[in-house]
Ligand binder design. Structure first.
Ligand code: ADP
Length: 289
């Protein structure tokens, strides 16, 4: 399958597809570095120097209490807002760089799913490719079918979003993100508003897709079971600062009372029956030049 054409423009939109840059790379992960990120609104500092590194191909989960700055952080990472200080590097390249050499693809799955309700499921999934004339329509139909199948929704192309459950809508949003063959995929609270069984299904999808296309995966969530079930590494964001980073085992045994207090207070699904083995190591993938 060909990559998006050389004339495709960077864009940061609210339709579920974040910065999509034209590239000549296969579907594999890229690294993400967040360095010294600061962001204030009306003189109130929300991000106070956030630092973390996500290796190519791994699943990294950012947890934190409500109001910690998780959504603000995501908005800086996908370029919807500009930080006051600090930088975001994807595949080693600053996203705010004026040098627009476009080398990677990023997709975001918004909390709400952000599906276009007047379009069918298939049209939603193929939306970005159609809008930007990136593929012939027959090829887009194949991609849509492939990515709906990947999230367990084969054959639902002609359904309307309103006909689907909350869990199915989230999966359509994931399929739409997959259609651009992302190298970095961001999930904002993927299990919010879902029942425990749907939450487990989404968690399994995230892991399966990470393994299948080796996409670097950044998840923002306050769902403890999700984080500990899928992550290679977890970072805890509290009041605009990362207070702990480590493997799930390291975070669990972190002696910081703020970390333990947050973990004890965070959501746990009483019915969670997560059966998928969590990934144990990042996939070593070479970042592009
Ligand atoms: P979280 O996602 O962790 O629950 P947010 O990132 O949404 O938290 O918000 C962190 C803080 O930043 C909150 O106090 C919120 O009111 C504030 N905030 C977020 N966006 C804006 C904005 N556009 N203008 C002013 N304050 C904002």
């Amino acid at each position: 399958m060909n990559p998006p054409g050389p004339n495709s423009k960077n864009s940061a939109t609210s339709n579920g597809i974040g910065i999509v840059k034209s590239v000549a790379l296969g579907p594999h992960g890229v690294s993400l570095s967040v360095r010294g990120l600061c962001k204030s609104y009306n003189g109130i500092e929300v991000l106070k120097g956030v630092n973390f590194e996500v290796s190519a191909g791994e699943i990294f989960v950012i947890m934190g209490p409500s109001g910690a700055g998780k959504s603000v952080l995501l908005r800086q990472i996908i370029g919807l807002e500009k930080p006051d200080r600090g930088e975001v590097l994807i595949a080693g390249l600053p996203i705010q760089s004026p040098d627009d050499t476009t080398r990677y693809r990023v997709a975001m799955v918004f909390q709400s799913g952000a599906l276009l309700t007047s379009m069918t499921v298939g049209e939603n999934v193929g939306f970005y490719l159609t809008q930007h004339h990136l593929k012939p329509s027959g090829e887009i139909a194949d991609i849509v079918a492939r990515d709906l199948e990947a999230v367990g929704l084969a054959g639902t192309e002609n359904k309307m979003p309103d006909e689907l459950s909350g869990g199915m809508r989230k999966r359509v949003a994931i399929a739409r993100a997959l259609a651009v063959e992302p190298q970095l995929i961001l999930y904002d609270e993927p299990t919010s508003e879902l029942d425990p069984v749907s939450s487990v299904n989404i968690a399994e999808d995230i892991v399966k897709l990470n393994e299948r296309i080796q996409v670097t995966t950044l998840v923002v969530s306050h769902d403890r079971d999700l984080a500990f079930g899928i992550a290679n590494h977890i970072a805890i964001l509290d009041s605009g600062r990362i207070i702990a980073v480590g493997t799930p085992a390291e975070i669990k045994s972190n002696p910081d009372p703020c970390v333990q207090q947050f973990l004890n207070a965070s959501i746990s699904h009483t019915l969670a029956v997560f059966t998928h083995e969590p990934p144990v190591a990042s996939v070593p993938i070479q970042a592009p030049d």
